[in-house]
Structures are given as C-alpha cells and as structure tokens.
Design a protein around this ligand. Structure first.
Ligand code: MLT
Length: 336
C-alpha cells in the first residue's frame, strides 16, 4: 500500500462522476478539499490524478491500467460510488499499491425495486401502451399480458439483490430458481429457492430470467441465442406466457444481437434492459426499434435513498483508507 503521510488530514479528493451533496459535505467537514468535476480520459492518461490523494468514480469514468500507471505516488485510494468495479483495473491498482473501495450494499433495495418494475412493465406492456396513448391509440385489445403469479423466475447470480428480487417474486406467487456457482448451498436453502448446477438447466426450467451477476470473462455473453432458445415458453400453471428477460446488473452479460434475433423470431417475448454492453446507446440502437423491448439508461442506483447511502458509505470508506486504517469494502484486498 502507498505510504499515508501526515497530509492525510487535508487530502485532495477528485469526485469525477458526481456524488450526493451530503457526502461531499462530509468530506469537506472533515477538512478535505473536494474537486467535484469530470476528468476526461485524455486528462487521466496525462496523469491528472497525480494531484489527488483520492478519486471517487461511478461508472462513467474509466480507470484502466494506463490511467493508473500515469498517477503519482500521491494517489492513495480509488473509491467506486456503487457496486460494480468493471470500469476500474483493480489488479493494476493493487500492483500500484492502491486500494479500491466500493459501496456494495447501498443500492441493493433500489435495484431490487427497478428489476421488479421492469418485469411488470414487460408483462403488461406498459411502455408500449403508454406510447400508443401518446399517439392517440386506445389499444385495449392488443395489450393482453400475463401474470407473474404461477410462473418460474430464474436468477443468474444469487447475491443480495437477487435474493431480494426472489423474495418479492415469491410473495407474488412465482417459483424461484437460481444459478450461482459461488454461493454457499446453505444460503440458497434458507431462501426456498431451487438451485441449479448449470446455467443451462436454469434456462430450460424458467420462463422469466433476471440477471444479477458481475460482468467477468466468465459471464460475458453468458446469455446467448442458444440458451434463450432453451427457455420453455409455457409456465408450470399451463399458460403460454412466452419467455422474458430482464437485466439490471451489467451490460455485456447478454449478447444483445442474439437478444434482438430472439425477439424477432419470437423465442423471447419481452426484454427489458437497464444496462447495455456499450453505454450510452444511441436513439437508433436496434433493440430500441423492437416493440417488445424497453430500456432505461442505467438507473438502478438512481434513487435519492441509494445515492445518499452510496455517498455516505464511499466517503467514509475513502476516509478510512486515508487514515491508514483497513476498509472492509476493499475489493482488491487479496491482491495488494
Ligand atoms: C453500480 O454498480 O453500483 C450500479 O451499476 C450503479 C452505477 O454504476 O451508477
């Protein structure tokens, strides 16, 4: 780890992607100088972080190995105001002796609620029905949907968010299945969830899939055309409900071109994405042209409550490291 000097009492902290005002106040009240403005990738590559003791990013600012290599010894900690750290090269940071800290619990409830919202919006055609109304169409006859109750939900990944989604889905009458090779069986058992040993059997058994894992080499395009074609389309209550997919986790886990083809050939009846492989997407992005697709611009954690918790958690994590203490949300701890 980089040496923490006495200047820690007055650290200079870059907030590159914004942060809740109360969290900025927390840092300033502790005597730190906060520079709350975006830093371009060009500036980062030219070593803009060398003038800072800490940087806090969300998902917009990318910190690859070249950016980390361009920092001076002054940079002591990188904060990710959120969960996913796929925009930061955590190995390169560890090699440079820089801990990367995140706020893994702060947005859980917000992402759970958005996921359920997307599921319901898909099944009852809310985006399409609203579009029709705006165009002066009263499409009562063509907006028939299906219930969640009686259907089988498959969760890819079974961490905090997936467990929360599963609990609400069960309360709405769904049977919940999950695939998570990293989860202790004990936890799955306590959630009344059928765990699958392979992701393929999850797809074969579930009419509704929701993604809740990290983006890694292993999960990149895990949801592909072949797997979508395995979904049954008919639920255990005997309804031809079709197949439905939601992703509020990370772009890149679904092969979006395969998803488009599956929507076109009717294998997938609806898809809702909050996250995309390449963000932001353009208005003419192909998926947006399909009637049974709707999306949101990566807003899983965009609630007042989540942002206030994220800001507070990450400000405290940053200060913990600057004080020379160990932070329990250091994601590259084992590599340092
Ligand atoms: C996260 O990883 O915390 C979410 O995707 C939210 C975000 O990046 O803004």
């Amino acid at each position: 780890m980089r040496l923490i000097q006495s200047a820690q009492n007055m650290a200079r902290i870059a907030i590159a992607d914004g942060m809740a005002p109360a969290a900025i106040e927390l840092l300033e009240n502790a005597g730190h100088e906060v520079v709350n403005e975006p830093i371009s990738s060009d500036e980062l590559l030219k070593g803009a972080l060398s003038d800072f003791d800490a940087i806090v990013v969300r998902s917009a600012t990318k910190l690859p190995a070249e950016v980390i290599a361009a920092t001076s010894d002054r940079l002591k900690v990188i904060g990710r105001a959120g969960v996913g750290v796929d925009n930061i090269d955590i190995k390169a940071a560890a090699k440079a002796g820089i801990p990367v800290v995140n706020a893994p619990r702060a947005s859980t409830q917000s992402v759970i609620e958005l996921t359920i919202g997307h599921l319901l919006a898909s099944l009852r055609h809310l985006p399409r029905a609203n579009r029709g109304l705006r165009e002066g169409k009263w499409q009562k006859k063509t907006m028939g949907g299906t219930e969640l109750s009686g259907k089988t939900l498959g969760l890819i990944g079974f961490g905090r968010i997936a467990q929360g989604v599963g609990a609400i889905a069960q309360a709405m009458g769904m049977e919940v299945h999950a695939f998570d090779p990293y989860l202790p069986v004990k936890i799955a058992k306590s959630q009344n969830t059928k765990m699958h040993k392979t992701v393929d059997t999850l797809f074969k058994n579930c009419t509704h899939i929701s993604i809740h894992c990290n983006l890694t080499d292993e999960t990149h395009h895990l949801v592909n055309g072949e797997r979508m074609a395995m979904m049954p389309g008919r639920s255990r209550d005997g309804i031809n409900c079709g197949n439905h997919i939601v992703n509020c986790a990370r772009g890149g886990i679904i092969d979006e071109i395969a998803l488009l083809h599956s929507l076109e050939n009717g294998i997938i009846s609806s898809a809702a994405l909050d996250v995309f492989e390449f963000e932001p997407i353009d208005p003419d992005y192909v998926l947006l042209q399909h009637d049974n697709f709707h999306g949101t611009p990566h807003i899983g954690a965009a609630t007042l409550e989540a942002q206030s918790r994220v800001g507070k958690d990450i400000a405290n994590a940053i200060m913990t490291v600057l004080n020379g203490d160990k932070c329990e949300t250091t994601v590259n701890r084992d590599l340092l």
